[in-house]
Structure formats: structure tokens, C-alpha cells
Ligand binder design. Structure first.
Ligand code: 5AD
Ligand code: SF4
Length: 470
């Protein structure tokens, strides 16, 4: 007698937000794959659809809510499809996401992913397979009662997903989370409320994972954490871990994000300056250039303190490329204080800046500042535009001065134009250059020929030209 093969359950994960969340999306895919799911590329093919969300600003949430409602529509034709909302917004809005006509079955916060297979079984019955509705009978596992909706929202003191593998896309680059959660309490920020306190991964496990990645062909890793450089486990500080990662055989590029300025130590800078694999790039969130605003944000440094860190880094790595995060129109920010932020931008001359309008997040301390402090949206918008103009102006000047340089790039993908490839330099600058798709994943040298302001157009050096470029 021949039996028809059991169809595989298929899952689709759609991720929004920061690198940490992208990495969490890969973690969920890894967990589901280990549980026998096939990971598919579109919601239409999937039996389980997960929207992995971000809560950092209201705008991001609004967009995702619309998408969740749209995906809930899949249930019209296939009522068996499980639609789940995971990540920071799931943690923040909790069970309220289960009602409101969005047709959501599962809500799961960032510390719940280990239980994903179990949660899906609870929702669909034990051992369920697509097409048979509720799966096998309750006699198989009477303990697991089928439920129609489920919220998994516990934040854990210890969950750092030790021992679980992410499902990474092919290619030379990989994200490696070394820390989850955050012990700071910047008054505007929702992260500590939706991701809990700081939890660091064991350094030995991190290194083992990176050795494995290197063996499988990965040469470029980014260490992730909310305040990645406050990492501390069993006498290992961030500098120790960074150094060990940089020395793993086969690892050519190491990045990390996001550091907190206060934890930029001489040891960390020394490792950056001396380990050839650590890239000449640092993202250093300033948030504001005015002391009074920094204080009200509870950033725990002054402008002078921030500038000292910048100086320490530049002294050790003169060619370092710096980027930052800035929030405009934090409650109470005056025009003069905004001007001070512009002044900080002019003094540091960041290569890049991620700029945001303050977004009020329910439950954070800043929402309790006096109502008259809130900056009207038209003022906030106008400040944001001035800040972006300045950012672009500085970026253009810096990048124009870099035309003519020869840079090593890691080729990432094909550009949209015919025959053009996109590569990234060790200073995190994007270069388009004529080349063959076979170059993807390889390192090559290019000369920067022109700049659009933000990115470069270059030309790959031929073997003759490479002599003497190191
Ligand atoms: N409003 C605006 N921007 C925010 N960020 C974090 N919280 C908020 C908020 N409530 C920004 C900060 C942080 C970056 C990841 O997002 O600049 O560094
Ligand atoms: Fe949020 Fe501040 Fe923690 Fe960064 S350091 S995640 S801005 S609370």
C-alpha cells in the first residue's frame, strides 16, 4: 500500500524595524525550520504567517497595523491559516491585537519565540498538517487543548535564546545578536518596556557560532545589542569579545551596533584600532546637541562628554567613519537647543545620520512631561528638514573629498542598472561599479570615481593597478 506523503507545514515571516528585529525574524525561521516547517517567501503559500513588528515610533506601528489587517484577509479563503503578530509592537499592544476585527490568532512578544512551535500546536491541535483542519485527534496528546487565540507576552530575565540557531540567508554577511534588552531608561524609548532588561549571551557560545559561520563561508559579521558595548559576562567585557571575534579564522570584517557613548572605553577603541578585521566605522547615537535636552532624555552624558568620546575614537582611528541618531523636537526642545544640535553636527561632521521626529510612546517617562512642552508637528517637521539638509550637505562634502580613493569593497548584490554591482567599503559606504554577478560575496578593490552625495560610483581595479594598493 502506498501512502501519500504528509504535506509540509509552511511558514512565512515578514519583519519590520531594526537589525535586532531582522535577526529575531531569522531566529523564528530557524526555530520553525527545526520543527519541520518549510520557510516560504510569500504569505499566499504559507499555513503560518507571522508579522514581526517594531514599536519604536508611532508611524512604524500604523503601517504595520494596516499590513496585519491585510494579511488577516487570507483567512477569508483559508480559515485555517494562522496569522501571528510578534516582536515589539506585539509586546506593547498585547491581547488587544486579538480583537478589533484583525483576525489575529497569535500575539507573541520578543521573549516568547522558544515556545513558538508549542503555541502553534495549541492553536491548531497536536501534529497538525495543512489540509486536515485541526490535525490529529486529542487522544495523541490530550494535554494540549486546541485554542482559538493565544497571547505569549512574558518578558524573561534570562531568555537570550542560547542554543537556538537562526536561519540565515546565504551570503558572506551575518547578524549575530550578543545581547537582548536594555538597562538604560532613556525617557523617550519604549525598548526597555517591550524587550526587558539587558541579557547577554555567553561569549563562548557566541564565538562558537561565529566559528561555525566562518566555516560555512561567512566572512562579515555584525554584533548586535541595544547597547552592544555594555556587554559583560563572566569577566568578559565588550572589548574582549570584539577582539576574539576579530581573530576568528576566516572573519574579515566585524561591525557592531548600537553602542552607547558612555560605554565607549579606551579598551574598546584600542581593539578597534589594532584588530585588522574590525571595520573603520562607528555608529554613535548622540540624540541631541543640547545638555538640558540630553538630561531630560536621561542619556547620562553631556555634549562635552560625547565630544570627548568622538575625539578618543578619531585619535586612535583617524580615518574612522562616524554615524549617529538624532531626535528632533523632544518635549521642551527650544529653537536654541535645536540649533545646538545643528552645531554638534557641524563640529563632528558625521558621515551619516539617522534623523527622527520625537514620537510619543505610551508608558514612557517623556509622556509625563508638561503638556505645554510638546512641540507642534509643523515645528518638528521644519526642524527635521533643516537637520536633514545639513546632514546631506556635510555628507556631500565628506564624500566629494573621498573621490579618488581606492577602497576594498565586499560585493553585496547587483544594482538595478545593467551590469552594475553594489559593494560596501569598510567605512560603510556604498559603491556601484560595472561588474559581473559572479562577484557577489567577493572582496575586490575599486577606485571611487564620482559621488551622488550619499553613495559612490566606482571602477574595479585591474590586476596591474592593484600593485602597491596593499
Ligand atoms: N521617538 C523618536 N525616535 C526615537 N528613537 C527611539 N525612540 C524614539 C522615539 N520615541 C530613535 C533613537 C534611537 C533610534 C533607534 O530610534 O534615535 O537611537
Ligand atoms: Fe532605548 Fe536608550 Fe536603551 Fe537605546 S539605550 S534602547 S535609546 S533606552
Amino acid at each position: 500500500m502506498t501512502s501519500t506523503p504528509t504535506p509540509r507545514r509552511r511558514a512565512y515571516v515578514e519583519t519590520y524595524g531594526c537589525q535586532m528585529n531582522i535577526s529575531d525574524g531569522e531566529l523564528m525561521e530557524g526555530i520553525l525550520e527545526s520543527d519541520g516547517y518549510e520557510i516560504v517567501e510569500s504569505p499566499e503559500e504559507a499555513d503560518v504567517v507571522l508579522v514581526n513588528t517594531c514599536a519604536i515610533r508611532e508611524h512604524a506601528e500604523q503601517r504595520v497595523l494596516g499590513r496585519v489587517a491585510q494579511l488577516g484577509g487570507l483567512k477569508k479563503e483559508r480559515p485555517d491559516v494562522v496569522v501571528g503578530v510578534t516582536g515589539c509592537m506585539a509586546q506593547r499592544l498585547g491581547e488587544s491585537l486579538l480583537d478589533g476585527g484583525r483576525r489575529v490568532d497569535l500575539v507573541m512578544g520578543p521573549d516568547g519565540y522558544r515556545d513558538l512551535p508549542e503555541a502553534l500546536e495549541k492553536l491548531r491541535g497536536p501534529g497538525w498538517t495543512p489540509g486536515n483542519g485541526s490535525g490529529s485527534t486529542d487522544e495523541v496528546a490530550p494535554a494540549r487543548k486546541k485554542v482559538t487565540e493565544l497571547a505569549v507576552l512574558d518578558l524573561s530575565l534570562g531568555e537570550n535564546y542560547q542554543g537556538l540557531e537562526q536561519r540565515r540567508s546565504e551570503g558572506p554577511s551575518a547578524w549575530v545578536p550578543i545581547q537582548r534588552g536594555c538597562d538604560h531608561r532613556c525617557t523617550y524609548c519604549i525598548v526597555p518596556y517591550v524587550r526587558g532588561d539587558e541579557k547577554n549571551r555567553d561569549p563562548r557560545e557566541v564565538l562558537q557560532e561565529i566559528r561555525g559561520l566562518a566555516e560555512s563561508g561567512v566572512s562579515d559579521v555584525t554584533l548586535l545589542g541595544q547597547t552592544v558595548n555594555s556587554y559583560a559576562v563572566d569577566g568578559w567585557g565588550f572589548a574582549d569579545l570584539l577582539q576574539s571575534v576579530a581573530r576568528v579564522d576566516g572573519i574579515r570584517r566585524v561591525w557592531f551596533t548600537s553602542p552607547h557613548p558612555n560605554d565607549v572605553t579606551p579598551e574598546m577603541v584600542e581593539v578597534m584600532a589594532t584588530e585588522p578585521a574590525v571595520c573603520e566605522q562607528l555608529h554613535l547615537p548622540a540624540q541631541s546637541g543640547a545638555d538640558r535636552v540630553l538630561k531630560r532624555m536621561l542619556r547620562r552624558y553631556t555634549v562635552e562628554g560625547f565630544l570627548e568620546k568622538v575625539e578618543m575614537v578619531r585619535e586612535a582611528i583617524p580615518d574612522v567613519s562616524l554615524s549617529t541618531d538624532i531626535i528632533v523636537a523632544f518635549p521642551g526642545e527650544t529653537e536654541e537647543e535645536f540649533q545646538a544640535t545643528l552645531e554638534l553636527m557641524r563640529r563632528v561632521r558625521f558621515d551619516d545620520a539617522f534623523t527622527y521626529k520625537y514620537s510619543s510612546r505610551e508608558g514612557t517617562p517623556a509622556t509625563r512631561l508638561p503638556e505645554e512642552d510638546f512641540v507642534p508637528d509643523d515645528v518638528a517637521q521644519e526642524r527635521l528638514e533643516r537637520l536633514i539638509d545639513l546632514r546631506l550637505e556635510i555628507q556631500r562634502e565628506i564624500n566629494r573629498a573621498e573621490v579618488g580613493r581606492v577602497e576594498e569593497v565586499l560585493v553585496e548584490k547587483e544594482a538595478r542598472g545593467e551590469g552594475q554591482m553594489l559593494g560596501r567599503t569598510r567605512r560603510n559606504k556604498v559603491v556601484a561599479f560595472p561588474g559581473e554577478p559572479e562577484l557577489v560575496g567577493q572582496y575586490t578593490k575599486v577606485v571611487l570615481e564620482t559621488t551622488t552625495g550619499a553613495t559612490f560610483v566606482g571602477r574595479e581595479l585591474g590586476p596591474q593597478e592593484l600593485v602597491g594598493t596593499g
